[in-house]
Design a protein around this ligand. Structure first.
Ligand code: AMP
Length: 282
């Protein structure tokens, strides 16, 4: 496993792999890896000849008052996960490598970044799409592997890849969870044991919503109200949003039909937890 920091060096490694007709899988991350990332790495290795992991805490996707400087970082531990996931190359660029002085160019997917997390994190998705586009141009993977946990991010990246005719496939992989249902996330390290317990209500509320829909509930307001009460019952009163949207377009649903995404963002202590479930409704 190689750790490569410079764009020119990784481009060279990719050129050599391409000459040898290797299929390339790519997993973009911000590091502080866990089992959720590992599941993507395993899939990437299984389906490709060369598996590339990027670790880059992207300043452009953090708001002014967000946790860029305190975001957890641990390269040594990430290397252990990367080895477990049989990664061939870790791309680990610095901020100046990605955004040299005078950097001016951004990629933006309109509309889809104005719903769900969008209004609470202005500029966030523009930062995400810009960095993913840059990394994709550098690595030119056959397939990019993303997690369903970040459903809005995944839908936006899929749209960008399609709209910009990028010759790359996007695969969205299932959310990996703790035993208590909490979606694994690097930011869970901000939670105390008590807060982790409280946070377990989040997935329970999503599952309850899904079950209610499967049993015939079609009133979005009642579904959201039921989820709010469940979450509030654990003393969690800072709910950014709970929404039901079309899973692909992220447009608000007028009826509970088709590909439905129920998504939310809830603060638990210092951590803003996002989670979702997806279901198909006839
Ligand atoms: P991050 O390092 O948080 O930017 O995440 C990098 C990639 O891992 C994204 O595609 C995430 O959606 C994915 N990911 C993060 N947490 C999980 C999880 N619990 N299960 C599956 N994928 C995840």
């Amino acid at each position: 496993m190689q750790v490569i920091k410079s764009t020119s060096a990784i481009k060279k490694a990719i050129r050599i792999a391409r000459k040898r007709k290797k299929k390339i899988g790519f997993v973009p991350t911000m590091g502080f890896l866990h089992e959720g990332h590992l599941s993507l790495l395993r899939k990437s290795k299984k389906e490709n000849d060369l598996s590339v992991l990027s670790i880059f805490v992207n300043p452009k996707q953090f708001g002014k008052n967000e946790d860029f400087s305190t975001y957890p970082r641990d390269l040594k531990n990430d290397e252990l996960f990367a080895k477990m996931g049989k990664v061939d190359i870790i791309f680990y660029p610095s901020v100046v490598e990605m955004y040299p002085k005078g950097y001016l160019t951004y990629v933006e997917v309109e509309e889809m970044d104005r719903v769900l997390c969008g209004p609470f994190r202005p500029g966030h998705f523009k930062g995400v799409t810009t960095v993913v586009m840059k990394l994709t141009n550098i690595i030119s993977p056959d397939t990019i592997y993303l997690g369903q946990k970040d459903a809005q991010q995944a839908a936006i990246i899929e749209k960008m890849i399609k709209d910009l005719n990028v010759p790359t496939q996007v695969k969205i992989c299932p959310t990996i969870r703790e035993k208590n249902g909490l979606a694994m996330s690097s930011r869970n390290m901000y939670l105390t044991p008590h807060e982790k317990n409280q946070a377990s209500i989040i997935y329970k509320s999503l599952r309850a919503a899904k079950n209610n829909i499967l049993k015939g509930e079609r009133n979005i307001a009642s579904i959201v109200q039921m989820m709010r009460s469940m979450i509030a019952s654990q003393g969690l009163d800072r709910i950014d949003y709970i929404d039901c949207v079309d899973a692909r377009t992220l447009k608000p649903l007028t009826a509970v039909q088709g590909s439905v995404l129920i998504a939310l963002a809830v603060w638990v202590g210092r951590a803003r937890i996002i989670d979702n479930v997806r279901l198909q409704v006839k």
